[in-house]
Write a protein that binds this ligand. Structure first.
Ligand code: GCO
Length: 255
């Protein structure tokens, strides 16, 4: 039996990039806590398949396919929510991409693509959601950061810059919107078993290094983010603002 503090019944959550990966796991977890889900992704087919799966599992879900780097599409999506009477109570800015190569080999276009997908999107979508949350004097914003919000490693420079920005965008959202009843926080996933990390999982050298750095000595599972997501999406976090919760097997605690 879930505790009333963590009950999301009657609330609607938009999770960007939720047709698969971490976003899908978070969406399923919020649905199990009672939320109605708006599934987002850039591919309409993938979004509809995810919605069908969610509905098949007995959850209230619908799709909103749009590219999180397309501001016009974002504004149009929120206008559609308004027209349909859909109030987004919980926003999870999860959508993101990864590109790995030496910093000197990145083109400006590649840099911009990572920054726009992983950071600017959270600002634009957060702005549209907050415009509607502020008059209602309530709302939950959960941005997805990374260990790269704190630490860097070679070959993921744009991603690291974006995720560092997520940490302080979260703080900016918190300090501007807290008085309007909005709680803006972040989750910092550690190394999780996702498609994005498949190349790392299958790299024995990287795996060996990583297992030496993680006290828990294992990769994380996407569903292991659900606890932090439900907490930050629920009344249990009504006095929590501007924080980032790391779900990383202890990696950030270790030298
Ligand atoms: C990488 C990985 C990391 C993880 C995660 C760690 O190439 O180092 O993609 O960025 O995905 O962000 O917290």
């Amino acid at each position: 039996m879930s505790h009333a503090l963590f009950d999301l019944s009657g609330h609607t959550a938009l999770v960007t990039g939720s047709s698969r990966g971490l976003g899908r796991a978070i969406a399923e977890g919020l649905a199990k806590a009672g939320a109605r889900l708006i599934i987002n992704g850039v591919d309409p087919g993938r979004v509809e398949a995810a919605v069908a799966d969610m509905r098949g599992a007995g959850h209230a879900a619908e799709g909103s396919a749009f590219d999180v780097t397309d501001e016009e599409a974002i504004v149009a999506a929120f206008n559609r929510f308004d027209a349909a009477g859909i109030e987004i109570d919980i926003l999870v800015n999860n959508a993101g991409i990864q590109v790995r190569k030496p910093l000197v080999e990145f083109s400006s276009a590649e840099w911009r693509k990572v920054i726009e997908t992983n950071l600017t999107s959270a600002f634009v979508i957060g702005r549209e959601a907050a415009k509607r949350m502020i008059p209602r004097k309530r709302g939950k914003i959960v941005n997805i950061g990374s260990l790269a919000s704190e630490l860097a490693r070679p070959t993921v420079g744009p991603y690291t810059a974006a995720k560092g920005g997520i940490k302080n965008l979260t703080r900016s959202m918190a300090v501007e919107w807290a008085a309007s009843g909005i709680q803006a926080n972040a989750i910092g996933p550690g190394y999780m078993l996702t498609d994005m990390n498949e190349a790392l999982v299958n790299n024995p050298d990287f795996n060996g290094w990583l297992m030496s750095r993680i006290p828990s000595k294992r990769w994380g599972r996407p569903d292991e983010l659900v606890g932090a997501a439900v907490f930050l999406a629920s009344a249990a976090s009504d006095y929590v603002n501007g924080q980032i919760i790391y779900v990383d097997g202890g990696m950030l605690a270790a030298m």
